[in-house]
Design a protein around this ligand. Structure first.
Ligand code: ADP
Ligand code: MG
Length: 719
């Protein structure tokens, strides 16, 4: 037989600075398995205290309560949770429903807290038994007092408790409604032990199978005392799992989150402002020249690397100002370059200016003259073949040169002919509109030693990104405008393949140098203008390539000069144009990122801890229904997980978009928009870390505080 045996129960409320209040003083009685037992007494006599102890909502100081042969003194925190969850149902004077939920959800919660998969039938049955069929979908705050109390009873009985504890269940109701409730409880007591606390003697005598009267924490009368012999009950069969299913926790958490949508929206707006500041500031703070160059190589779809060597002479001794530079280099230095950067192949662009000391002179094309009538020129020469074309992914229109008097021009130069026409010697300009019209024509590049005639046998498409160079493709380029894109174009033209003459193998040494140049030029071997390599291997390889100057930068040597290799090209030019500004920003924004992170974290912490504290009562109710500490954590984890996830996702999008906007602002005026800020995994990590850390601290501390308090104190608002 199941029973409850209360033995010499003592409970004294002790509070610092207050006199002790002995609420229960040696209360003893036994209770049967079913029936309706009234605990009667004046206000303050200890009725609620007794009920709370029986329900596991409060502890006691002395004596014992034995339920089913188990002493409550031996209950662990988990046992107490299970006791609330499975054994008892509680009906409070103030129904303690979750007003924002529907009737169904309120009742269903009790089932969900037991991990029951489908509480639907049970909920329907419970609602039927309290005469509330069809009320399931109603919001609780729309119900009358009596109806609410019936919902509370349904919630208490839905999990079929062994003991139903009712604390003045009709205290807030008019007498007719009170009667209804008592009748309902009486019905339930046919197969459940119903303990009703009341100060209403009339009802107690009318409905009670037994009336126990308390005064000043002591039993003063008992209408039908019984005595049961304690029998050690069999160990309980543990329910498989006792705990709120994740999906339910998620729903409740989500409900908590959107309970005050306007405030939530405001919070998110403020968070987005501060978090975007963090993200963008950190984008500035993580500026890195080489990474940015790599980003722009990708952005411009630059088809190849261009490496150059710069030699800076210190001629101070000679009275020449520091900084005299030489941009061409020799075969030995070329071999060294190949050891410094790992590429699939290296191709030399030879210089056309062996007859000028420091490079820079070109090979003027008489037939290609701009609108001022000035000749354009080849900057260099590259010997190429079929493997070259396929390795770089270029396309050749026309034929390969068969001999040293046949050449191929790059597409960029074709654009020149297209813009200015082909001007034969002593003739007028002819319009060129397609590759076929330039193929077969002859040109006569010249320098100091006269000119030579070459036949154009093909046009090589070198994959120049025409979108990037749209403005600088001859016709639209304002040569006087010395901006980043102009410089980029100049570099691509000078060191890249945009104005290179493509020839058969051996052209440079066997023909140009040995046959065309004067003797004095043959003595110098500084004849390499740049080295071209295909871009392979992704961003990391690009960053490595951009770092070549770090790996080779000599000290001032015996010749009073130092040398360094560089990755040159459009991306590098544009980045270096802003490099100083960006480095300044990097320092400033590091501190901005730090400051805004702290502000963001404090704000989030303030918000989430406020939201948790605000839900204290709900937590208390859930605890009284048997929610374990773990369940409560799950709910808050879900609530704040959603919040954190949403915040991080939105802040990521906002920061990334702001980066893009700032990029376009930074490069305003350039035709080719550059990338200076990039939103990478680092910014994401910073945002996520700030959000998660702040939320974790903001949630865990107040939740721990709430959970440390006794459920009864939380519900009553005492703690
Ligand atoms: P009843 O339900 O019979 O009105 P209670 O059990 O609520 O009585 O209270 C019994 C006594 O304990 C009262 O004197 C009350 O003031 C006191 N008491 C109840 N709860 C607390 C508490 N949390 N802290 C201090 N005193 C309390
Ligand atoms: Mg009371």
């Amino acid at each position: 037989m199941k029973y409850v045996s209360i033995r010499e129960l003592n409970k004294t409320y002790r509070e610092k600075g207050c006199t002790d209040v002995p609420a229960l003083r040696g209360v003893s009685f036994d209770l049967p398995e079913k029936g309706m037992v009234f605990i009667l007494g004046k206000s303050g006599c200890g009725k609620s205290t007794l009920l709370n102890v029986l329900g596991g909502l409060d502890n006691f100081d002395g004596g014992d309560v034995i339920i089913d042969g188990r002493s409550m003194k031996d209950f662990s925190a988990k046992d107490t949770d299970r006791h609330r969850n499975e054994k008892v149902g509680f009906v409070f004077q103030e129904n303690n429903l979750l007003d924002e939920y529907t009737v169904e959800r309120n009742v269903g919660l009790a089932v969900e807290l037991q991990s029951e998969k489908d509480g639907g039938d049970l909920v329907a049955a419970a609602l039927k038994s309290v005469d509330l069929e069809g009320f399931g979908g109603r919001k609780c705050n729309r119900l009358s007092g009596g109806q609410k109390q019936r919902v509370a009873i349904a919630r208490a009985i839905v999990k079929k408790p062994e003991i139903l504890l009712c604390d003045e269940p009709t205290g807030a109701l008019d007498s007719d409604t009170g009667e209804e409730i008592f009748n309902l409880l009486k019905n339930i007591s046919n197969n459940t032990l119903v303990i009703v606390v009341s100060h209403d003697r009339e009802s107690a005598e009318k409905y009670g199978d037994r009336v126990i009267e308390l005064k000043d924490g002591q039993v003063i009368s008992d209408s039908a005392p019984i005595e049961v012999t304690p029998v050690e009950s069999k160990p309980e069969v543990q329910k498989k799992s006792c705990g709120l299913p994740a999906k339910r926790a998620f729903n409740i958490g989500a409900g908590f989150l959107i309970a005050r949508p306007v405030r939530l929206a405001l919070c998110i707006i403020i968070c987005l402002l501060t978090f975007t500041c963090v993200g963008v500031s950190d984008s500035f703070a993580s500026y890195n020249r080489e990474k940015t160059i790599a980003d722009n190589l990708v952005k411009y779809e630059t088809p190849y690397y261009i490496f150059t060597q710069t030699s800076v002479y210190d001629l101070a001794d000679l009275g020449v100002e520091f900084g005299y530079t030489k941009n061409i280099f020799n075969e030995t230095e070329y071999e060294r370059l190949k050891t410094l950067v790992k590429c699939d192949r290296y191709d030399i662009v030879y210089d056309f200016s062996l007859n000028s000391t420091f490079g820079g002179a070109g090979y003027h094309i008489e037939e290609l003259r701009d609108k001022r009538g000035e000749t354009l020129f080849f900057h260099g020469v590259t010997e190429f073949d079929e493997t070259y074309v396929s390795d770089y992914g270029f396309t050749l229109y026309g034929e390969y040169p068969h001999n040293y008097s046949e050449i191929v021009i790059p597409d960029y130069m074709f654009e020149g002919f297209k813009t200015y026409g082909y001007t034969p010697k002593d003739g007028t300009a002819q319009t060129i509109s397609s590759y076929n019209e330039i193929i077969g024509k002859t040109i006569s590049p010249a320098h100091g030693n006269g000119y030579r005639t070459y036949k154009i046998v093909g046009v090589l498409d070198t994959n120049v990104n025409k979108n990037v160079y749209d403005r600088v493709m001859y016709k639209k380029y304002d040569a006087n405008k010395y901006d980043a894109i102009g410089m980029a174009n100049a570099v691509m033209t000078r060191y890249g393949l945009q104005s290179v003459m493509f020839t058969a193998k051996g052209f440079y040494r066997n023909y140009y140098v040995s046959e065309l140049l004067g003797e004095e030029c043959k003595e110098t071997d500084d004849c390499i203008k740049s080295v071209i390599s295909p871009i392979t291997g992704g961003k990391k390889a690009m960053v490595e390539a951009a770092r070549i100057h770090e790996r080779y930068h000599t000290e001032l040597n015996a010749d009073n000069r130092y040398d360094y290799f560089m990755l040159t090209g459009d991306a590098q030019e544009i980045v270096d144009y802003e490099d100083d500004t960006m480095n300044l920003c990097k320092t400033i924004f590091f501190y901005t990122a730090l400051g805004t992170s702290v502000i963001s974290a404090l704000f989030v912490l303030y918000y989430v801890s406020g939201v948790v504290t605000e839900k204290k009562r709900q937590v208390g109710i859930l605890r009284s229904l048997g929610a374990s500490k773990g369940d409560i954590f799950k709910i808050f984890a879900a609530q704040n997980g959603i919040f954190a996830g949403g915040l991080i996702a939105l802040a990521t999008v906002f920061s990334a978009v702001t980066d893009v906007i700032i990029n376009s602002y930074l490069t305003k005026g350039y035709v080719a928009k550059a990338v200076f800020l990039s939103f990478s995994i680092r910014q994401f990590a910073v945002l996520a870390a700030v959000a998660i850390l702040a939320i974790a601290v903001g949630v865990i501390i107040p939740v721990m505080k709430i959970l440390r308090a006794k459920p009864v104190d939380i519900i009553s608002g005492r703690k």
